[in-house]
Design a protein around this ligand. Structure first.
Ligand SMILES: CC(C)(COP(=O)(O)OP(=O)(O)OC[C@H]1O[C@@H](n2cnc3c(N)ncnc32)[C@H](O)[C@@H]1OP(=O)(O)O)[C@@H](O)C(=O)NCCC(=O)NCCS
Length: 203
């Protein structure tokens, strides 16, 4: 049984859809993108593991609502990767994520830049000034959100990127980087981990 308030919402949706202002283009590009857009819209009602499955991520991966993968055909992803709300994983230049990586909410991981396209006034669709480079995040690493990972950067294994960082250089295995541009804050060695585990159990 639909109550009158729900009927009102359904009628409004229909009104917007059928109004002259709500225009959809019938071009080859629009037709190609539409399937992706509608799928993304509907994935809003999926759970995080359903959404990861929809994107072809392996066993144990979870993707929160609003998270987006660009060029997923170029993504290599390990098991048990967690992707937070509204994160963007750009795999257009190649992206490798190791197992048990956490990508925090609002993290942007880039593998392309279109800076030259704009500077040269040639940022039209399909322009040749886009630089693409492989970006990697090693297994067991944690990227706090919101942070930006630049194209071509390699973050090693068991690293921490602190929230609000902009990572512009490679990050060695077992280190904590933070800030903008991100720099070394400390090593993630057994002693630091033991201290963190101790603090955790005391709380
Ligand atoms: C990783 C974490 C446990 C480290 O704890 P911490 O108390 O910040 O770590 P430490 O005290 O060992 O050292 C951090 C150092 O980086 C600095 N730092 C902390 N946050 C920073 C940031 N965002 N940018 C730059 N530097 C930062 C600290 O000042 C400190 O420097 P110092 O040693 O010169 O004083 C904690 O920061 C954390 O949990 N962050 C993630 C939170 C999060 O994203 N939660 C949501 C998803 S689960």
């Amino acid at each position: 049984m639909i109550d009158s308030t729900k009927e009102q919402v359904l009628r409004l949706l229909k009104d917007v859809w059928e109004s002259d202002e709500f225009k959809l283009q019938d071009t080859t590009r629009a037709r190609a993108l539409r399937l992706e857009l509608v799928t993304r819209l509907l994935s809003g009602v999926m759970t995080d593991n359903e959404r990861a499955q929809l994107h072809g991520l392996p066993n144990g991966c979870r993707m929160r609502e609003g998270a987006k993968i660009l060029s997923k055909e170029n993504l290599t992803c390990g098991e048990y990767v967690w992707v937070g709300e509204n994160a963007i994983l750009d795999a257009s230049g190649g992206l490798e994520l190791g197992a048990h990586v956490t990508i925090g909410s609002g993290v942007f991981v880039w593998s392309h830049t279109s800076v030259l396209s704009s500077l040269l006034g040639q940022n039209q669709s399909g322009n040749p000034w886009i630089r693409r480079s492989l970006t990697r995040i090693g297994k067991h690493s944690f990227v706090g959100g919101p942070s930006v990972i630049n194209p071509g950067v390699t973050i090693g294994e068991r690293c921490v990127i602190l929230p609000m960082s902009v990572v512009t250089t490679d990050v060695p295995d077992g280190t904590m980087f933070g800030g903008s541009p991100a720099s070394l804050r400390r090593n993630i060695d057994e002693a630091w981990l033991a201290r963190e585990r101790q603090k955790f159990s005391e709380n």
